[in-house]
Every structure is written in C-alpha cells, then in structure tokens.
Design a protein around this ligand. Structure first.
Ligand SMILES: [Fe+2]
Ligand SMILES: [Fe+2]
Length: 325
C-alpha cells in the first residue's frame, strides 16, 4: 500500500483491501448537508435559555472544532493521500476529505447563525492556550510528515507516517472529537440547541467511520510492515496518546471551570480516559487508565443505530459489515 506509482489512475477491481471499499460504501450512505438542520430554535435558546457558562462552553467547542476540521482536511490531502497508493484507500480518503470540508461548513454555518462574536470564536484556536496546545500537537504531526521522505524507503519513515495516522485518526478523530461530542450532547439532554446537536449527530456518524477506517489502516500497515512496531515505537505511540489525554483534560477544565448542565470537567475527563483506553486496546497496546465510563447516559442519548459505534467501538465492524484485519 505504501509503494507504487502515485499518479497511476484508479483501477479499482479486484479489490485488495475490501474493508476500505466497505467504508467507502457506508460513507456514501451517510451523506448530509449542514443547512438540513434548522437553527432557529438554537438562536432562541442562545438568547433566552443559556447562561454565560453554557455559552462559554459552546464557544470553546466551536472554537476547537472549526479549525481542527480544516487541519484534518489538510493533513489528508497533503500528508496522507500522497503516501498511499491503493485505489480503494485513495477513494475513501477523497471521500473523507469532502466530509471534513462539509464539517468545516457545518461549524461555519453554526458560528454565523448563532449570535456569537464570530471573530473571537474563530481566533480561539490561537488565543486560548488550551486550544492552541491541541492545535500545536496536530500541526507538529503534519509538519513532520511534510518534511519527511517516502515511507516506502525506510523503517524510520514508515514509523513517522504511522505516528501521523495515529495522531489524526485515533487521537484527533477518536479522542479529542469524542469529548466534544459528549459535551454537545449534554445540551440536547436538556432539550437545548437541538439543531446544533443534529449536526453533531451527523458529524459523529462520519467520525465513527473515519476512526474505524484509521484503525483498519494502521493495523493493515503494521501487518504489511511488522518491523515497524518495535518496543520503542509502541512506547512512543502510547505516550503520544497519553500526551493527548493530558491536553484534552486541560482543555476540558478550561471549557467547564464549573459544572454545566450537570456535567463537570472531572466527569468529562473520566470519559476521555475511558475512550483513550478503548483506542489503546484497538491498537493492541493495552488499556492504561482502566477507567469506567462515567457518562453512561451518552449511549442512551444517541438515536441512530450507527452511533452505537461511537460508544461501543467494538461493535463497529459488525454494524457496517467490515471484516477486522
Ligand atoms: Fe470531521
Ligand atoms: Fe474526521
């Protein structure tokens, strides 16, 4: 998958990676557009029902999601796509890039519709240290790959490439975004911001597939290049995930200096540790925190059957019929 002509036109069949094609087929079924979620009631909620701490939490959420969706698009197009040559993998990545652009448009739509200070929210990724730190974490991984050589050339280059895949598909899409979804859905639990929460449902369904694709991709590459997973590399991957958990915990403390809608930073961070353990297990690295999920209500909050995948990650292959590698 890592070697071959990078500008060879697509010749899809026979498939070499049927799991990638299955993800592509599922992604097509998940199509949606931001304006399908009306935000009139959300504007009224903002004006009449939300207090300053709740507004602060939503602004921090938008201030993180919006720029990160852009970063993930850039990473796919500039760093990941050029390094993978399997046609079915490339088709999925092209589809994912479109979905990430759609997510950018969804959050832009929310920011321009709600009566928030648009400039301030947009600049949070630079101005707020907890968001800036998460962005710096992601940018570091993209920049490392933009300066890197071809992963087909050496073990070190392959490790660098896999490090980027873990940092984006597993950390950003599978940990950072999840705690944001949990916070957003706490509003719907109180019958608030239902338009935004519909968008979050759809983004969440897409991200569940991105995460599943990313885990399959990492495991497939490790299967093709077993020399990559040295003891030192697996320690570095684990510490990357633990570094991300710390960044997310700091961010959540800044989002929720006091509990909002019955949700505290401590509970949200318990959920972060719980999902970090799931990600470590999915990568074969073993749970670290061994934490219980303190937000049991999340599973009941999601309506669409596909969303079970988010909270019961092990069900995903069964749900979408994708064979585990
Ligand atoms: Fe996204
Ligand atoms: Fe994504």
């Amino acid at each position: 998958m890592l070697s071959g002509d990078v500008i060879e036109p697509v010749r899809l069949f026979p498939l070499r990676y049927p799991w990638a094609y299955a993800h592509l087929q599922q992604a097509k079924r998940n199509s949606w557009f931001p304006e399908e979620a009306p935000l009139h009631d959300d504007v009224r909620d903002w004006q009449e029902r939300l207090g300053p701490e709740e507004k602060h939490a939503v602004e921090m959420l938008l201030g993180f999601f919006n720029p990160m969706e852009s970063l993930v698009t850039t990473n796919i197009v500039m760093a990941v796509y050029p390094r993978l040559t399997a046609p079915e993998v490339r088709l999925y990545l092209a589809r994912q890039a479109w979905e990430e652009a759609n997510h950018v448009m969804a959050f832009e739509y929310v920011i321009k519709t709600l009566p928030v200070d648009r400039e301030r929210v947009f600049n949070l990724h630079r101005d707020h240290p907890a968001i800036a730190a998460k962005e710096a974490f992601q940018r570091r991984l993209t920049e490392a790959l933009l300066q890197a050589g071809d992963p087909a050339d050496s073990v070190g280059e392959r490790q660098r490439f896999l490090f980027n895949l873990v940092g984006y598909f597993v950390v950003l899409e599978g940990i950072f975004f999840y705690s944001g979804f949990a916070l957003a859905l706490a509003f719907r639990r109180r019958n608030l911001l239902r338009g935004l929460c519909s968008l979050v449902d759809w983004v969440l369904r897409d991200e569940s597939l991105h995460l599943s694709f990313g885990i399959h991709l990492v495991l497939e590459l490790l299967g093709e290049h077993p020399e990559v997973m040295t003891a030192g590399f697996s320690r570095r991957v684990k510490s990357l995930i633990l570094e991300a958990v710390e960044l997310e915990e700091n961010y959540n403390r800044a989002v929720l200096p006091r509990p909002v809608l019955g949700l505290s930073a401590g509970e949200l961070n318990g959920y972060v540790r719980y999902i970090a353990d799931r990600r470590l297990e999915e990568l074969g690295l073993g749970a670290h925190f061994k934490a219980e999920n303190p937000l049991k209500w999340l599973a009941a909050e999601v309506d669409l059957p596909e969303l079970v995948n988010f909270f019961e990650a092990r069900n995903i292959n069964y749900e979408v019929g994708i064979p585990r590698t």
